[in-house]
Design a protein around this ligand. Sequence first.
Ligand code: SAM
Length: 328
Amino acid sequence: MQDPAQPLRPGPAVISDGPTILDRVVNVASVRQRSPFRYPGGKTWFVPAASAWLASRPRRPALLVEPFTGGGTIGLTAAFEGLVDRVLLVELDPAVAAVWRVLVDGQGPGLADRIMAFECTLDNVIETLARTPATTLERAFATIVRNRTARGGIMAEGAGLIRVGEDGKEGRGIASRWYPGTLRDRILAIHDIRDRLSFIEGDGLGVIEAHLDEPDTVFFVDPPYTAGGKRAGSRLYTASHLDHARLFARCASAAGDFLMTYDDADEVGALVEAHGLASLPMAMRNSHHETMRELLIGRDLSWVAGTAPVASKPVVGPGRRMPATRAA
Ligand SMILES: C[S@@+](CC[C@H](N)C(=O)[O-])C[C@H]1O[C@@H](n2cnc3c(N)ncnc32)[C@H](O)[C@@H]1O
């Protein structure tokens, strides 16, 4: 994590004189949660900015590709809000993919029933996770159980189960993040709009490459952060290996627009510059209430200038401007 007191990455161009949507730390409680996952690195805090980006397109995009879906927060928001015609979700982790398959294939109500019938005790959780799933529905169910009972929602190997309770719900122990009614409602809502969603289990980079020539296709790219030797991606996700240089090259060459979020690492800055892209620092607050920085990267971030914050909360200090690190 960067020290919030550190100066922002310097850049020559000032993108906006007034405060923009990136100038506030989003209160995630104010954002409508659509995903059944609690996802490490989830982008709930980025929903207002991503929505503003999609709404700023001169024409409503025909397709939004989310090549690194995880909890799929941005793709789901775009589909629910009608910000694009269709959404294509892509995920490599087979356990996470099972959930998306079930949701998109019309088995959402079956998954919701399994969740409602489950008694979330430590014994039942251990038994569910030890079973070899015979169907995609069973696998999806086990993934949701794991996601809701693993510490921090981390499903990568080595993450332990919640024992004492999280989020002020210490008395509820393993069930402190198990909200069956909420999960059912979210799953059934997704079921209702599933005709706007498609899902591919596979490599997101390959799917980007398959859609490079489509001017009406846009990409929201939130890869596992392993660039510049950062370890978070490999600790948080089962699938974390990625050729970041190739990802940048492909996005930069796409006919349609794209938006990336990345860790603010030197290697990332170098790739931004090498491809003549724009980047802006963004503030976010993680689940430990620490303010962190990520980079917003795109071909043209001028749409940010037209996005006033709903409620401003200075992150760096009074009078600061957001510099755009557009490479020459
Ligand atoms: C940073 S997370 C995405 C979080 C997501 N934006 C959200 O709001 O929940 C990155 C995701 O990419 C997945 N992933 C890693 N490598 C991948 C690849 N080559 N293709 C597709 N998905 C991949 C990981 O399993 C992880 O779920």
